[in-house]
Write a protein that binds this ligand. Structure first.
Ligand code: FNR
Length: 388
């Protein structure tokens, strides 16, 4: 059994242990376009802000005088695995924007700790390379931007399964890009510029459809550009996924878990149960899709009340501290995902910075669980929260 506690955080910090200071120093290290791509959201960024504010709508009401020493058991059962903590890497594309080691660094650190790593379809590193850096036997998930081309979809899923990715996360909120004003103002579109589409570029079915291999030594600049655009089109842009096509994924993926990421309404969570998926991830894509969408944590209680126990409920959006992880789990999420904090860590010396951020968040979470009077995650529930 693995325990996380502050004795595990025994390294010299390579960056601040406070999120706001971490982001500030990452900003100084990154090219402005990369920083804005990650920090930014849709429109006036009201939902980016709402994701943070939602955590202030709840305060922790701790219990005391309970036998919680020496350390708290954070283990969790998730999709047929026992995990050391219910903390997962959110799918984030084009990570080489933030450090040359990109997905290799993030997947390595999540693998070291035995926590699930989700590979994005928009990854700048391919299935096999990420599997190798993540490490044999570690929990790996694959996030699909569902292509409109069924052959390509099948090929992606087969390659994912062959490389040991065991949970399929289908992102359903980004079939077209939101109105991301920072990127629009800069004319910065990593996918269209051809950065970080490695999975599509490597795919044998994509090569057949294109009639050439854009990664071959003799591929022309024009062919590479065509391939980048083709990939942009086939990774679902402009074609909304629909419930009635889910069977196509099930046919290829078999009975391994399928999770829908980007669900916000109770009605959709209920439909997910009806259509037989294994989980939903409550997410508004970090406020990057619909400006004015509900703060993610504000949508959690109703979804938990409607579907808890019928499928697995993941959560992301605005988790910045161990206390934030505590609040999301106390409201009933089965697991949480980390996005931007890990990217800011990555900007600080790659792997070292990722390890610093992940370990310090886990340590802070573990301390919070104990100080709130809990021995294990079974004790973390809504009686420890008050609305404010
Ligand atoms: C994302 N996110 C995302 N989601 C997804 O399903 N596929 C992807 O490729 C990406 N790419 C991506 C890039 C960047 C730079 C960011 C910041 C986010 C969304 C991500 O999985 C998650 O939903 C949010 O990051 C959660 O919000 P916070 O906690 O990071 O603010």
């Amino acid at each position: 059994e693995i325990y996380f506690n502050h004795t595990l955080y025994n390294q010299t910090p390579v960056a601040s242990t406070n999120y706001d200071r971490l982001e500030a120093s990452a900003k100084l290290l990154l090219p402005p376009a990369a920083y804005d791509y990650a920090a930014g959201g849709a429109g006036l960024e009201k939902t980016v802000a709402a994701n943070r504010e939602a955590f202030d709508h709840w305060r922790i009401l701790p219990r005391v005088m309970r036998p919680v020493q020496p350390s708290r058991n954070l283990t969790t059962r998730l999709f047929n695995r026992t995990l050391p903590a219910p903390v997962v890497m959110a799918p984030v594309g084009v990570q080489t924007l933030f450090h040359p080691d990109g997905e290799r660094a993030t997947s390595k650190v999540f693998g070291e700790l035995g926590l699930p790593y989700t590979l994005s379809t928009a990854s700048s590193t391919g299935f096999a390379d990420v599997a190798a850096s993540n490490g044999a036997g570690n929990p790996r998930w694959y996030q699909l931007y569902w292509p409109s081309d069924d052959d390509l979809t099948r090929s992606y899923l087969e390659t994912a399964a062959a490389n040991g990715y065991e949970v399929l996360v289908v992102t359903v909120d980004t079939w077209d890009l939101g109105w991301r004003t920072r990127d629009l103002d800069r004319g910065f579109f990593p996918f269209i510029n051809g950065v970080g589409v490695q999975i599509g570029l490597e795919d044998p079915v994509a090569h057949q459809k294109l009639g050439f291999n854009p990664l071959a030594a003799n591929a022309t600049a024009e062919q590479k550009q065509t391939a980048a655009l083709y990939h942009t089109i086939t990774t679902s842009r402009g074609v909304s996924p629909v419930w009635s096509n889910l069977w196509k994924l099930r046919e290829v993926w078999g009975d391994k878990p399928i999770v829908l990421k980007g669900v916000q309404s109770v009605e959709d969570a209920k439909l997910a149960v009806e259509w037989g998926v294994d989980g939903v991830i409550l997410s508004n894509h970090g406020g990057r899709q619909i400006d004015g969408a509900i703060g993610s944590l504000d949508a959690l209680p109703a979804i938990v009340d409607a579907v808890k126990g019928k499928l697995t409920i993941g959560f992301d959006g605005g988790i910045r501290s161990g206390a934030d992880i505590f609040k999301a789990l106390a409201l009933g999420a089965d697991f949480v995902q980390l996005g931007r904090p890990i990217l800011w860590g990555l900007a600080h010396e790659g792997e070292k910075g990722v390890r610093h951020v992940l370990r310090s968040l886990l340590a802070e979470f573990e301390i919070t669980v104990g100080l709130a009077g809990c021995v294990s995650l079974q004790d973390v529930n809504r009686t420890l929260l008050v609305e404010s």
